[in-house]
Design a protein around this ligand. Structure first.
Ligand SMILES: Nc1ncnc2c1ncn2[C@@H]1O[C@H](COP(=O)(O)OP(=O)(O)OP(=O)(O)O)[C@@H](O)[C@H]1O
Ligand SMILES: [Mg+2]
Ligand SMILES: [Zn+2]
Length: 489
C-alpha cells in the first residue's frame, strides 16, 4: 500500500472534490498521463489556491482543512477598535469618500469584513443588518434560526450600508427603492457568493446578505442525512436514461442542495447536462447552466424550450412554478430526457395530485414520473452539550421507545453551538417511487389517500418515520421533528 496519501484522496477527504469528480479526473489521467492536480485544475474542479494549499499542507494534519470551524466568536476588542475608528471618521465628515468605502486600509471596510466573517464562522446562511431605534442590529441566521450579533452605533448605519452596496455594485445614492446586488467574498480559501438585498424601512435601509458557500454544496447524500437504503434507491433512479425526478418541500427545506448533490453524482463527460435556474446558485462543472432573466424574455418555459434544441441528456429545471413549465418538463421526460425539478408541495403523494390539478394529463404524469423526494430540515443536537432525557420523560412513551435500551436526548447549549443546543441540520424526508400500482392509480385519478395507502403497502415510509428514527438515534429531538412534520406524532 502507498506509504503516503495520494493527492486525490486528500482532496476528496477534505471536501474539495467529489468522488464523481475524482473518477472523471482519474479517467482523464489514464488517457493523458498528466499530474492529477493539474487535471483537476484544468477541469475546473478545484481552484489553484486550494490546490496549492493542499500540496503545501500534505505534511500537516487536516485541521487546516476548510470547513465549518469552531465559532471562536467575535474578538470584541478588535471590533470595538474598528467601530471607534469608523465612528471617528464619520463624526467629522458626513460625506463618504471613496477611499473610506473601498480601500483595504479603511476601518469601515474592515468592520464590514468582520461582520461577514463572524457570520461565516458561525455557519450563517444570512447576515441581517437592521436599523433599530438605538443603533444598528446585526443578526445571523444559523440552521434556520436568527441569532444576535453585534450592535453598532446609529451613525454607522449609512456608512456600513454604503460599503455593502459598493461591494454589491449597487447604487449608493439611491436609498428609497429596494435593490439587489452580488459579490464574491474570499475567506480561508473558500470563494463565497454573496447575494445582497436592500429594502428601505423606517430609520434607513435594511440589508440582508445571503451567503452561498459553493464548497459546501457538492457533498454526498450521506452527509446531507440520507440513510443508506434510501441512497441505494436514489442511485437506482439516477441511473435511469430518462424520466422525471422531483424534490419537493417548502422554501429553505434543502431542495436545491439535494438536487445539486444528485446532479454531481451523474455529472459526467458523457452526458450533456443543462440547467435553467432562478438564480444559478452553484457552479456545476461540466454542466451548462442558464439563469432565468424575465426582463430579457428568458423564463423557465422559454429556456426549457431552447434547451431541448441543444441535444440535452439531463435537464434541471429550477422550479415548476407554472403549468406551462410543468407541461414542458413532463414532455421533455417523455421524449427521452432525465429531468430534475422542484415543487413547493408538502409531501410526496400530494405532488402527484398537484401535477394533475394544474392540468397535466394523468397519463403523462404516470408515464414520466419516477421518484419524488419530499423533504424538510431538522436541527441536529449539538454533540458537545446534548444531555440524556430523564427516564420518565413523556418523549419515550410518545415514540414507543424503551428507555432501558434507548437514550433520547435534549438540547442544552454551550459555547460551541452558540447556546442554541443545536449544530447543523439534517434532512427529514420521504421517497416515493412511482411503481406500476401507483401508475395505475394516477391514470384512474385516484385520491391522495388511495395513492398513499397503496404506497405504504409497498413499503413507503413517511417523513415522520425517518424523523423518529433520527430521534431514536439521538441526532435530533422529538420537538424538532414535531415542529417540521405536520402529521401528528
Ligand atoms: N441536508 C442538509 N443538511 C444540512 N444543511 C442543509 C441540507 N440541505 C440544505 N442545507 C442548507 O439549508 C439551506 C437551504 O438549502 P437550499 O437552498 O437547498 O433550500 P431550498 O429548498 O432550495 O430553498 P428555496 O426554496 O429558497 O430554493 C442552505 O444553507 C443549505 O446549505
Ligand atoms: Mg432552491
Ligand atoms: Zn452545544
Amino acid at each position: 500500500m502507498p506509504p503516503r496519501k495520494r493527492i486525490g484522496d486528500i482532496l476528496l477527504e477534505n471536501g474539495f472534490i467529489t468522488e464523481a469528480q475524482l473518477q472523471v479526473a482519474l479517467e482523464e489521467q489514464k488517457k493523458t498521463g498528466e499530474l492529477l492536480g493539474s487535471i483537476l485544475f484544468g477541469l475546473g474542479f478545484i481552484s489553484q489556491k486550494a490546490l496549492f494549499k493542499v500540496l503545501s499542507a500534505t505534511q500537516q494534519d487536516s485541521r487546516d482543512a476548510p470547513g465549518r470551524e469552531d465559532p471562536g466568536q467575535e474578538v470584541p476588542e478588535e471590533i470595538d477598535y474598528l467601530v471607534q475608528q469608523s465612528s471617528a471618521i464619520f463624526q467629522k465628515n458626513a460625506d463618504l469618500h471613496k477611499a473610506e468605502l473601498d480601500s483595504p486600509h479603511s476601518p469601515l471596510v474592515n468592520l464590514v469584513e468582520k461582520i461577514l466573517i463572524n457570520g461565516i464562522r458561525r455557519g450563517a446562511t444570512d447576515v441581517h443588518i437592521n436599523p433599530d431605534v438605538k443603533g444598528v442590529r446585526i443578526r445571523y441566521r444559523v440552521d434556520g434560526v436568527l441569532h444576535h450579533g453585534m450592535f453598532l452605533p446609529s451613525k454607522l448605519l449609512n456608512p456600513v450600508v454604503s460599503r455593502i452596496k459598493v461591494m454589491g455594485r449597487m447604487n449608493i445614492a439611491e436609498t428609497r427603492v429596494p435593490q439587489d446586488g452580488g459579490a464574491e467574498f474570499f475567506y480561508k480559501n473558500r470563494g463565497l457568493d454573496l447575494r445582497i438585498s436592500s429594502f428601505p424601512v423606517l430609520g434607513g435601509e435594511n440589508i440582508v446578505i445571503r451567503i452561498l458557500d459553493k464548497s459546501q454544496v457538492l457533498v454526498g447524500l450521506e452527509s446531507l442525512g440520507f440513510l443508506d437504503d434510501d441512497i441505494d434507491r436514489i442511485n437506482e433512479a439516477l441511473a435511469l436514461p430518462y424520466g422525471m425526478i422531483l424534490v419537493t418541500g417548502p422554501t429553505g427545506s434543502g431542495k436545491t442542495t439535494t438536487l445539486y448533490s444528485f446532479l454531481s453524482m451523474i455529472n459526467s463527460v458523457s452526458r450533456n447536462m443543462f440547467t435553467i435556474e432562478d438564480p444559478v446558485e452553484y457552479h456545476l462543472t461540466l454542466a451548462r447552466q442558464a439563469q432565468v432573466n424575465v426582463k430579457a424574455g428568458l423564463t423557465f418555459a422559454t429556456g426549457l424550450r431552447s434547451i431541448l434544441r441543444q441535444d440535452p441528456d439531463v435537464i434541471l429545471v429550477g422550479e415548476m412554478r407554472d403549468s406551462e413549465t410543468a407541461e414542458l418538463a413532463v414532455r421533455a421526460a417523455l421524449t427521452g430526457h432525465l429531468v430534475f425539478s422542484t415543487l413547493h408541495t408538502n409531501d410526496a403523494v400530494s405532488t402527484i395530485v398537484r401535477l394533475t390539478d394544474i392540468g397535466i394529463d394523468p397519463f403523462l404524469v404516470s408515464s414520466t414520473l419516477d421518484t419524488i423526494v419530499a423533504q424538510r430540515l431538522a436541527r441536529v443536537l449539538c454533540p458537545q452539550c446534548k444531555e440524556p432525557l430523564l427516564e420518565d420523560d413523556p418523549a419515550y412513551r410518545a415514540i414507543g421507545a424503551d428507555q432501558k435500551n434507548q437514550v433520547l436526548y435534549r438540547s442544552t447549549g454551550c459555547r460551541s453551538c452558540d447556546n442554541s443546543g443545536f449544530k447543523g441540520r439534517t434532512v427529514i424526508y420521504e421517497i416515493l417511487k412511482v411503481d406500476r400500482r401507483i401508475r395505475e392509480l394516477i391514470n384512474s385519478r385516484a385520491s391522495i389517500d388511495d395513492i398513499r395507502n397503496a404506497a405504504i403497502e409497498n413499503g413507503f415510509r413517511g417523513m415522520s418515520e425517518i424523523g423518529l428514527k433520527k430521534v431514536r438515534q439521538g441526532i435530533t429531538t422529538l420537538e424538532e421533528v414535531r415542529s417540521i412534520v405536520r402529521t401528528a406524532l
